[in-house]
Design a protein around this ligand. Structure first.
Ligand code: AMP
Length: 222
């Protein structure tokens, strides 16, 4: 691994694969910042900023927010988090080859891209049952990871919500967008020797262990 931050990771995979859950676990385990473009965009939408107003209609339709909007936002955030010495996790970025090229052009190095894989049926089941905490971002599921009282966040007690784009028709639209625009990045990062594939069908703690294992291997090999 090169000088600078110790971990510079991309968590990659289709929507609903568990990137947010793993980012949260890695953040706790490694003391590392997580930059989730979906969360940043939802925050902009909630605050009705110019960027949020621009992004909202794309998000509601399950399509991608234009590259230039997202790229500017991520670069600003990485710069602002310069004090985050242990590194960063990018969750939900890059989602197009143009976004990956923008990272390269900005000289933002990446040590490892973790590609989480799950079946399409599992994704639909996971997303349509998902509940999120609007306050701390913790993710629950009505069936697999229900909150203790059925309605509030176990960490911060805020009332849980269902994301609008987790309706089944929108989920299917997001999966089509993923196949068309985002999946080509598998080849892009494989060719750069940065891609490690992890089975995302396992329990979250097992997925985390597999990610930590590939991370250790990367650090030993470099
Ligand atoms: P997520 O929370 O990562 O599933 O993202 C929710 C929505 O935000 C996506 O369906 C897109 O509309 C938008 N979005 C998040 N990240 C990006 C990105 N890197 N590029 C374009 N749109 C994005």
């Amino acid at each position: 691994m090169t000088d600078g931050p110790r971990y510079r990771l991309i968590l990659f995979g289709p929507p609903g694969v568990g990137k947010g859950t793993q980012a949260r676990l890695l953040q706790q385990r490694l003391g590392i910042c997580s930059i989730a473009t979906g969360d940043l965009l939802r925050d902009e939408v909630a605050r009705k900023t110019d960027l949020g107003l621009q992004a909202a209609r794309f998000m509601e339709a399950g399509s991608l927010v234009p590259d230039e909007v997202v790229i500017g936002m991520v670069k600003g955030r990485i710069r602002a988090q310069g004090g985050c010495g242990a590194g960063f996790i990018l969750d939900g970025f890059p989602r197009t080859v143009a976004q990956a090229e923008a990272l390269r052009a900005a000289d933002i190095g990446i040590d490892l891209v973790v590609y989480l894989r799950v079946s399409e049926e599992a994704i639909i089941r996971r997303l349509t049952g998902r509940k999120i905490c609007p306050s701390c971002g913790r993710v629950f599921h009505v069936e697999y990871a229900p909150p203790a009282d059925g309605a509030h966040c176990d960490s911060c007690s805020a009332a849980l919500i269902t994301r609008e784009d987790d309706q089944e028709a929108t989920v299917r639209a997001r999966l089509r967008v993923y196949e068309e625009k985002t999946a080509p990045l598998v080849r892009y990062y494989r060719e750069q020797g940065l891609l490690a594939t992890v089975d995302g069908m396992q329990e979250p703690e097992h997925v985390l262990q597999d990610i930590l294992t590939v991370l250790r291997q990367t650090r030993t090999e470099s």
